[in-house]
Design a protein around this ligand. Structure first.
Ligand code: G4F
Length: 327
C-alpha cells in the first residue's frame, strides 16, 4: 500500500517540527510548506527540522497567495493536511493588527478552498487556540464555552475556526479544529514567555545577564508539552467523524509560578532577577486559561503525561546546556 501523504503548513515551527517527526515515525510521506527565504537560509530557518530534513519534501509557497497554495496542494495531493502556519505571537498582533488578520484568516481560507477543490477527501486540521476564549465566560473552558477573543490574533483564530467548521458543514470536508491551550518545549520561540524565562535563567547562570524583565506575572496559563499536543492533532484526523476538541492539561499556573520554578531548578531565586516592565503588559490581557480536555480524553484516548514541573525542568536544562552551564 502507498504511504499516506501529509502536508504541514508551519512545519519549521515548534509544533510543525514535532508533528513532522511524529508522522515520519508513523510511516507517512511528509511534505511541508515553507517560505522561499527559508529554503535559501536553511542554517537559520530550518533548524528545528534539521534532524529529519532528508526525510521531508519541502515546497516553497506563500500562505498569502492562493495560487501558490493551490499549486502545492495539487502537487502533493495529501491525504491529511495540518494547518499550523500563522502569525502566532499575541503581542505582535497588537503592533500590526492588519497583517495578523490578513495573513491568518486568508491563509486558512486559501488552504481550505484548495483542499476542497483539489482533494475533497483529504482530512484537514486547523490549529485553533485557547486565545479564542479570551475574556473567559467560564472556568474551565471546554468546547461549548463561548469565544470572546482579546486580540486580533484571537479574532483571526476564531475566524479560522469558523471557516473550518463551515467547510465541514457546507462541503462535507473531514475538517477538525483543535482548541489547543498553551504548549511549550525547548523548541519554543524566544518571544514567548516560557522560553524567555528559561533562556533568561541560562543567561543569568552563565553570567551573561543580571536581570530578566517580564510583563504581567499574574497571568495564568494551562501549559502542556508540545510533543504530546501534536499527537492529539493526528488522533483527531484518525476519527471517523470530524469534530472540535479542547487539548489541555487541566492545570493552570501563573507566569510568576513558572519563573519561580525555572529559577529554582537552576539554584536561583527569581525575586533576585525578575523585574516587572509595564511596557510588556498587553493592551487587553487574557488573565486566566484553564482547559477541560474530557472530550479529547474520552473520544481520542488522549491525556497528557508530562507534568508542569517536568516541562519547566526540560526547558531550563536544555537552555543551560546550550549556554555551556549544565545543571
Ligand atoms: O507566552 P505568551 O506570549 O503566550 P500567549 O499569549 O498565551 O499565546 C500562546 O498560547 C496561545 C494558546 O493559548 C497560542 F494560541 C499563541 O499562539 C501562543 O502560542 O504569553 C503568556 C502570558 C501572557 O499573559 C503574557 O501577558 O505571559 C504574559 N507575559 C508576562 N511577561 C509575557 C511576558 N509574555 C511574553 N511573551 N513576554 C513577557 O515578557
Amino acid at each position: 500500500m502507498d504511504k499516506k501523504r501529509a502536508l504541514i503548513t508551519g512545519i519549521t515551527g515548534q509544533d510543525g517540527s514535532y508533528l513532522a517527526e511524529f508522522l515520519i515515525s508513523k510511516g507517512y510521506d511528509v511534505h511541508g510548506i515553507v517560505r522561499r527565504v527559508a529554503l535559501e537560509d536553511p542554517d537559520n530557518r530550518l533548524t528545528r527540522i534539521a534532524a529529519v530534513r532528508d526525510q521531508l519534501t519541502l515546497h516553497a509557497a506563500s500562505m498569502e497567495s492562493y495560487a501558490s497554495i493551490h499549486q502545492v496542494v495539487g502537487a502533493v495531493k495529501p491525504n491529511e493536511c495540518y494547518h499550523l502556519a500563522a502569525q502566532s505571537f499575541v503581542s505582535y498582533s497588537f503592533d500590526d493588527e492588519f497583517s495578523t488578520i490578513n495573513a491568518n484568516i486568508n491563509g486558512t481560507h486559501y488552504l481550505l478552498a484548495a483542499v476542497k477543490n483539489i482533494v475533497p477527501d483529504c482530512r484537514f486540521y486547523f490549529a485553533g487556540s485557547s486565545e479564542m476564549f479570551g475574556k473567559v465566560a467560564e472556568v474551565p473552558q471546554r468546547e461549548s464555552t463561548p469565544f470572546h477573543p482579546r486580540s486580533t490574533y484571537g479574532i483571526s483564530k476564531v475566524a479560522g475556526f469558523d471557516l473550518t467548521r463551515n467547510y465541514r458543514e457546507a462541503y462535507g470536508l473531514h475538517a477538525s479544529n483543535g482548541i489547543l491551550f498553551n504548549h511549550e518545549a525547548p523548541r519554543r520561540g524566544h518571544e514567548f514567555v516560557t522560553r524567555k524565562i528559561t533562556a533568561g535563567v541560562a543567561r543569568i547562570r552563565a553570567g551573561r545577564a543580571t536581570q530578566l524583565p517580564l510583563g504581567n506575572l499574574e497571568a495564568k496559563r494551562d501549559w502542556g508539552h508540545a510533543r504530546e499536543y501534536v499527537q492529539a492533532m493526528w488522533l483527531m484526523l484518525q476519527q471517523e467523524q470530524p469534530d472540535d476538541y479542547v487539548v489541555a492539561t487541566g492545570e493552570t499556573h501563573s507566569v510568576r509560578e513558572f519563573a519561580e520554578l525555572a529559577f529554582k531548578f537552576a539554584g536561583l531565586d527569581y525575586k533576585d532577577y525578575v523585574v516587572v516592565d509595564r511596557q510588556l503588559y498587553r493592551p487587553a490581557e487574557v488573565n486566566l486559561l484553564l482547559g477541560d480536555a474530557t472530550k479529547a480524553h474520552e473520544r481520542l484516548d488522549w491525556t497528557r503525561k508530562i507534568t508542569f514541573a517536568d516541562l519547566v525542568r526540560e526547558m531550563v536544562e536544555t537552555d543551560c546546556r546550550l549556554l555551556g552551564v549544565p545543571l
